[in-house]
Design a protein around this ligand. Structure first.
Ligand code: SF4
Length: 224
């Protein structure tokens, strides 16, 4: 009997990757967890406080199979997809589906400027609603909020007191506390964390203060 050989077909789909690294998750409800970060190249926004400008253009095309080889070697189940703006590359949806199918625990950090509708339900979304201090708040897509799940998180990067007051009013306008957890993150070098904490306490705001703990551990260095 002739044995039929089924060829192993490698997945030739690819992404433009800026960097892949293993570190401690410094933000979100998963703060403190060892995590593999996959940073994609490219972003259509230009936030005032951006600390990853190197990801705007720098990167190389890597096929899915090779990305998986790199990730698998870290032997860590938590994967965070970040950027840049990861949703700016259309293959990201298929890539995240494959990660979830492979039993990875996947989260994505995305600005609120691109449609989140196609994100796989198994992926935790950290949606960064742009405040006026970013100078990109006119790009916020309010249609996105109906696609958020309970386990997702909405983040506001607070640059100053005006941003804080704007965020409070915005949360109220879109009833965001009924959707998922709200995170307030002081913009480093702009907003004093103590001042933000005191405002949140006095207003009894239904949000969590988060600090970027990777910067406390390693400083503002790349790949950490
Ligand atoms: S969305 Fe993120 S990566 Fe893009 S400019 Fe703003 S902070 Fe930088």
């Amino acid at each position: 009997m002739k044995i039929k050989i089924i060829p192993i077909v490698s997945d030739m789909k690819s992404l433009i990757i800026n960097e892949i690294f293993y570190s401690i998750q410094g933000e979100s409800l998963n703060t403190g967890q060892p995590t593999v970060f996959v940073r994609l190249t490219g972003c259509p926004l230009r936030c005032n406080y951006c600390d990853t400008e190197y990801a705007f253009n720098e990167g190389r095309k890597i096929i899915f199979d090779d990305i998986f080889k790199i990730i698998d070697d870290y032997k860590c189940k938590n994967i965070t997809i970040t950027g840049g703006e990861p949703l700016a590359q259309k293959n990201i949806h298929q890539f995240m589906q494959k990660l979830c199918d492979s039993k990875y625990i996947v989260s994505i950090e995305t600005s609120n400027a691109l449609d989140i509708k196609l994100i796989d339900n198994r992926v935790t979304i950290i949606l960064d609603i742009k405040t006026p201090g970013s100078k990109e708040h006119n790009k916020n897509l309010s249609d996105n909020y109906k696609f958020l799940k309970k386990k997702d998180q909405i983040k506001f990067v607070i640059c100053n007191i005006e941003d804080y007051e704007w965020s409070k009013a915005y949360i109220e306008e879109y009833k965001l506390t009924t959707i998922c957890t709200i995170l307030f993150s002081p913009s480093s070098n702009e907003m004093n964390p103590q001042m933000l904490a005191e405002k949140m306490l006095s207003d009894r705001i239904n949000a969590r203060l988060q600090l970027q703990i990777h910067k406390y551990i390693w400083g503002n260095i790349r790949g950490k």
